[in-house]
Ligand binder design. Sequence first.
Ligand SMILES: NC(=O)c1ccc[n+]([C@@H]2O[C@H](COP(=O)([O-])OP(=O)(O)OC[C@H]3O[C@@H](n4cnc5c(N)ncnc54)[C@H](O)[C@@H]3O)[C@@H](O)[C@H]2O)c1
Length: 365
Amino acid sequence: MSERKLKAAIIGCGMIAYSAHIPAYKYFSDKYELVAICDVFEKAAREAAEKYDIPSYFTNAEEMLCSIKPDVVSICVPNMLHKQFVLLCLEHDANVICEKPLAFTLHDAKEMYALAKSKGLSLMACQSMRFTPDRIAAKKLLDNGEIGTPYYGEFSRIRRRGIPTWGTFHIKERSGGGAFIDIGVHMVDAVLWLMGNPEIYSVNGSTCRKLHKEIGTLQSSGALTGSVQNARKFDPDEMNVEDFSCGTITFKNGARINFKVAWAANLRDETTIRIIGEKSGVELPDGIIHRGIDDDSALEMMPEKYECGSPFSGHFHVVEDIYDVVVNGKEPIIKPEETINVAGIIEAFYRSAELGREVAFEELL
Ligand SMILES: NC(=O)c1ccc[n+]([C@@H]2O[C@H](COP(=O)([O-])OP(=O)(O)OC[C@H]3O[C@@H](n4cnc5c(N)ncnc54)[C@H](O)[C@@H]3O)[C@@H](O)[C@H]2O)c1
């Protein structure tokens, strides 16, 4: 039995709230009481409240915060609204889980964490994809020094046809960017974390948009995953973000990460990570460790802790973790300095793509 229950609330009642945050708070019913939900569309908030037996619903976040005074708030609105709601929740003394990406710029991420720190509150970016069994096992391997110092990493996150079509992910003014900021951010976060969050020197990035007109294929490709609520009609002519991106992140210690990320590409679906150090190299998700000339072994993986029947079991880990951070003063798994670096990489990546040259981290300060 947990020491005390935290009052939880959610802002933004769309796909990820339904598929991940509500189920996670409900699962940990000994730790949380999900007391309120808010969406700018009254119908969305009301239906979620009715369906999940949530006592209150609101259409205005500030009203909800004033009236409910939640201990923890999940922010599940489109990317462009993250900052304003994070600051609002912190100002109202709530701890925050903010959906990814927390921020698009180094400055914004620092500002958010500075406020959290000054208020003695926890702010956690919902980098929920760290928690797959292969990544957890690889993290142990790297932390135990079994790879040595990682000097090269690469990741590839390819959806063959998977532009998100239910919300506003394809509209820059709402999302801040396309494939890189949406699914690339999980990979950047995971690989940085695995490699020990080394100091970043620069980012070189490029983006393009090639396949967004294939709306018929997209709609039938399974891009609409999870329990999508309030889906808005996808108009490919509105799409002004990239469907393909690639680049390099360089670290001050000389290490590099090369990557490619696609919402749509003429390749098979793929989510792979490779990290090399002087002692060994590891490939994910297969979990193969390579040493010497032919010494290959398998990474020891524990089964997924939370079988929630959706691709969002990582959210259960995040919701569980912040409870222990808030109530028991535990160190967060997802640390501010890691998320600040991810935000800086996002900023440098898009600036590099726009300028057509490498962007040093120092230029962002
Ligand atoms: N961690 C993950 O794996 C993961 C997966 C999917 C989405 N996400 C993130 O979650 C966020 C939301 O994505 P989604 O797929 O649920 O989008 P969505 O479009 O399905 O839902 C967004 C909801 O926010 C509501 N909203 C918009 N403005 C609002 C306001 N001012 N006040 C209150 N509510 C408002 C909308 O009405 C909508 O219901 C995005 O930042 C996305 O990147 C994360």
